[in-house]
Design a protein around this ligand. Sequence first.
Ligand SMILES: Cc1ncc(COP(=O)(O)O)c(C=O)c1O
Length: 365
Amino acid sequence: MIPYRSVLNALHDYVPGKSIEEIRELHGLAQVIKLASNENPLGASPKAREAYLQAVSELHLYPRGECPHLRNALSARFALRPEQLILGNGSDEILAFIALAYLEPGTEALSCAPTFSVYEAVTLAMGAAYRSIPLLDWKFDLEALAGAVTPQTRVVFVCNPNNPTGTWVGRAGLLAFLRAVPSNVLVVVDQAYSEFADDSDYSDLTVDLSEFSNLLLVRTFSKVWGLAGLRVGYAMGQPEVVSKLWKVKPPFDVNTAAQVAATAALDDREHLQKTLQLNSQGKAQLLQGILPLGLQVLPTQANFLAIHVGPRGPALVAWLESKGMIIRGLKNFGIPEWIRVTVGLEAENRRFLELLLEARQNGFI
Ligand SMILES: Cc1ncc(COP(=O)(O)O)c(C=O)c1O
């Protein structure tokens, strides 16, 4: 065997949401609905599709690694300087850049649990330690997290809104946290779902980047922007922090089609509004169907709901799959009695609710 880095032994394989194709083949189904990965049920913006198709004439050319147009569009949108931004092949890759640039053996990263598993994976891959504090009332426990910082702590990951719970922490709590954490600890706020957040207490913190030199905001085009298949994510922070990420970035990781489609998507206000409206209607529709069943649903600021279904959670997930409904069981997040359901189209949500009722009649809930 070729010797490899021993830290790999501590890593689990990432378990993604099941694909429509997999479930179709496995159960011989014609129709499968996927409400498992928090994608945009409307698909990509028509403007993004058009830009993507146009990119075909440039397939033989390397992309521009610095993503100038997309970077400029984002810096204008957030009133930042271009050197405050970096793009990557999905925000997963941005998280890997953070680990590559800031973590090494003898250092540690902190977060809460349950949360997005990639924070732990990228940390362990660097040979650094990963510690997590339990959520408090299903929310990031920022006080405990600040108290857990040690001289070894280099990075703290805060997922807001949190995946898989959808819960969020408000502006005052985040600012108090940023003041409590030493300025030589990088605070990464993962805002994959921030565009969906409409609570008056939710803040995207972009205006606070000038005050906190250790704050880094991470975002993605995979959720509200409907471009999960193209893989575009970005980070915003002070140039000193962002410049370290550029050092570990592969030169051509964000492809040409992804760059032009993401830039066009940003410009499509109409599609964004439609997406946000569909999400709030869909959330209301789902809650209206679920709450009468007496199930606990966590308050959410994202495009998904976390639902307590009880001890037969994993069996329910498998049964739903056999009926052509893919949702996310939260066993791998350490909460097997819970499921996470993405808000879909009206008919998709309706089908989920029908099946939930049938599941209750069949004793799964
Ligand atoms: C909280 C959070 N961060 C990051 C990601 C990664 O997104 P992507 O790599 O598609 O940008 C996800 C995807 O589910 C997520 O839920």
